[in-house]
Design a protein around this ligand. Structure first.
Ligand code: JCF
Length: 667
């Protein structure tokens, strides 16, 4: 064949294969036999093999073309990927509808688009001139990770579009793992002595975070789009439903069972039908998503912090089962908290087998009157750890009371319960191996110093053999020490040392998080890192900390307490001396529209005070409980009491709900 003929033949085969894929995966109407499809595919493969210079990344043969990569690049989303407000009851659904009608000044039924809410991982995919060019995780909504190579392996993600597509299109959707594939994957994991995934969502997430796309390709993932945005080209239709149908004509798999209904009662009906069919669907659903169908109305409604006002995730109730409570053990956490853990007769709930569940703390046990030997109701809600809800008293036989141990089950130190706190705590501090182990695991975790290869098992081994006591000791580990460990080769030891060395270059936020200060999670660490240098943070007073949005007295107290401990200061000093460092930026206090303002909320408003508080804080304001001369405004609802009187006395600005809404949308 002459070269131009080869080119044309390849082109024709690709078109034919793409068309068959479209019919099979998107329309669910296959038009050829598997054998015929395979023949075309092999013909294309053979031609491409003979003419490798004609291979393009979007060729149907190239889904698993890529070789392993070092790590994922960070990408910034074109527009933030939003989260959804949740509703758990018909009342909350009704409230959503009322609010929408109120904001739009309508009393006629709203047209709502309904769809199942899959429990998967949200991703963004970009098509340029009809070709898949980039796929990324949602990440924190603003930035995600480029997982293009992994997304390409998913057969239900089209690599090329059909028909008259726009020149740049972003598609957002959910990557899910079918329940059956999830169960098979876990069975295989258990057989190979590996840790099974907790649920299909974690399994999907784990599969997409593989550095080797060949592994992802084996994981049987599927994709459903839930929205699209034309970046360049003719805009999408003016309703959500039609937009989805349009995406489908371009070869994009859309969320199934998408339906437009009139009024909130019909939404409730859709929900009930979906719930009744929950177990029949091949994917795990955690509820439904309801959206205002008309895009122009969506635009009028806008957003509150990170979620649209025009959409709602209406969640299914958690699944519950009854099983036997065989024993209760106490686990010691990173900060010494003793958590009672129920050892259960294994039982399947929500698609996974559960044999442990949390009992939270002694107060909860007393309140629910749970005893060893009881039959208990166990609940699993989404990704939340299963919990014991209540005993089944009608089935109670021989039972024993659950007793808090007097001594720590790990180090034998005294166990104390602090007045006014539910938790019981081991007094051993870092003498306690459990606390050493857990705090080191936290330190090396991905969100912390991110030391790859230094997993839970290895941390336990190192602490138990007394090779490390504190996180600072990690940076003094030698190759000899590591390679002398059981089951540790020379190569692994070298890799771990390299990862340890690499972790020295970090960010201040990750460093703060890694320290493991009580109740300082990723977002608080981030916040602290933008307002303080390390020196400033170490000497910050409770007042200085309280001045930041989102930091309350409890967290402020934990932070001050942490840096008052000589041992902690020693560890920090040692870490810095070992070379742990981060780029030093000049601290500029990020200027938000309401930075420096303090508000107090009183009376009944159409939303909960917590919601309003969060919105104000998101804009940089501080919200306190009592009115003083420093208060910039009192937000006044119905039936306001003494706070209103005091504010009037002090001459403080009063803000009603309409003014509040203006304040919240001001930029
Ligand atoms: O299926 C989902 N998990 C899902 C997530 C469906 C949607 O329609 C979504 C979503 C997240 C954000 N829509 C938005 C706006």
């Amino acid at each position: 064949m002459v070269r131009s003929d080869v080119r044309a033949k390849i082109e024709q085969l690709r078109n034919e294969i793409n068309e068959h894929n479209y019919r099979y995966y998107i329309l669910d109407q296959p038009s050829v036999t598997d054998a015929e499809f395979d023949r075309l595919f092999r013909e294309l493969e053979t031609l491409e093999k003979a003419h490798p210079e004609l291979i393009v990344p979007e060729s149907p043969t190239q889904r698993v073309g890529a070789t392993p990569i070092e790590g994922f690049e960070t990408v910034t989303h074109l527009t933030p990927m939003l989260s959804l407000e949740n509703a758990f009851s018909i009342d909350e659904l009704q409230h959503f509808d009322n609010k929408i009608k109120q904001l739009l000044g309508k009393d006629k039924d709203i047209l709502y688009s309904c769809e199942p809410k899959f429990d998967g991982l949200a991703v963004s995919i970009i098509y340029e001139n009809g070709v898949f060019v980039r796929g990324a995780t949602r990440g924190d909504g603003t930035t995600g990770e480029d997982i293009s190579a992994n997304l390409r392996t998913i057969p239900t993600i089209s690599l090329v579009l059909q028909g008259k597509f726009p020149s740049t299109l972003e598609v957002r959707g959910e990557v899910v793992m079918p329940k059956a594939s999830f169960l098979a994957l876990n069975e295989a994991a258990i057989k190979h002595n590996e840790k099974p995934f907790a649920n299909p969502r974690n399994a999907a997430a784990g599969s997409l975070r593989q550095l080797d796309p060949r592994i992802t390709a084996k994981r049987k993932l599927e994709f459903y789009a839930y929205s699209g945005q034309v970046i360049k080209g003719k805009a999408l239709p003016l309703t959500h439903h039609e937009s989805l149908q349009q995406l489908k004509t371009w070869g994009i798999r859309i969320s199934p069972d998408n339906k437009v209904v009139q009024g909130i009662k019909a939404v409730q009906k859709y929900y009930e039908q979906l719930l009744a069919n929950r177990d029949k669907l091949p994917f795990e659903m955690d509820g439904m998503v309801v959206k205002v169908n008309d895009i122009s109305l969506q635009e009028k409604l806008g957003y509150v912090s990170r979620a649209p006002r025009w959409a709602l995730a209406y969640k299914f109730p958690a699944e519950e089962v009854v099983t036997h409570l065989e024993e209760v053990d106490f686990q010691v956490g990173r900060t010494g908290t003793l958590t009672p853990v129920a050892r259960l007769k294994p039982v399947a709930v929500g698609g996974v087998v559960v044999s442990n569940a949390t009992l939270h703390n002694m107060d909860e046990i007393a309140r629910k009157d749970i005893r060893i030997g009881d039959y208990v109701v166990v609940r699993r809600a989404g990704d939340v750890i299963p919990e014991v809800v209540r005993p089944v008293l009608e089935k109670r036989g021989q039972v024993k009371h659950i007793k808090l141990p007097l001594k720590c089950p790990v180090c034998g130190s005294e166990v104390v319960r602090i007045e006014g706190e539910a938790a019981a705590r081991c007094e051993g501090g870092l003498i306690c191996q459990a606390q050493q182990i857990e705090s080191i695991k936290h330190f090396v975790s991905r969100k912390g110093m991110d030391i790859e290869g230094l997993g839970s098992k290895l941390v336990e081994q190192l602490v138990n053999e007394q090779l490390i006591k504190t996180v600072a000791d990690i940076y003094h580990l030698s190759k000899e020490t590591l390679s002398n460990l059981e089951r540790m080769g020379d190569k692994s030891a070298t890799n771990i040392l390299q990862a340890i060395d690499k972790s020295k270059k970090t960010t201040f936020a990750k460093f703060i998080y890694a320290l493991g200060i009580r109740e300082v999670g990723e977002s608080t660490a981030q916040l602290l890192s933008t307002h303080f240098s390390l020196e400033q943070l170490m000497s910050a007073s409770e007042e200085q900390l309280l001045a930041l949005p989102d930091i309350g007295p409890v967290v402020a107290g934990h932070i001050v307490h942490f840096f008052a401990q000589k041992n902690n200061l020693k560890v920090i000093e040692a870490l810095l001396k070992s070379g742990v460092h981060w780029p030093k930026e000049i601290k500029k206090t990020t200027h938000l529209p309401l930075s420096g303002k303090t508000y107090v909320i009183t009376g009944t408003l159409s939303r909960s005070r917590d919601e309003i508080k969060q919105d104000l804080q998101a804009l940089g304001a501080k919200v306190t409980d009592s009115v003083s001369a420093k208060t910039d405004g009192l937000i006044v609802g119905v039936d306001a009491g003494s706070k209103l009187v005091k504010a009037q006395k002090l001459g403080i600005t009063l803000i009603d709900e309409t003014q509040l809404n203006k304040l919240l949308t001001s930029k």
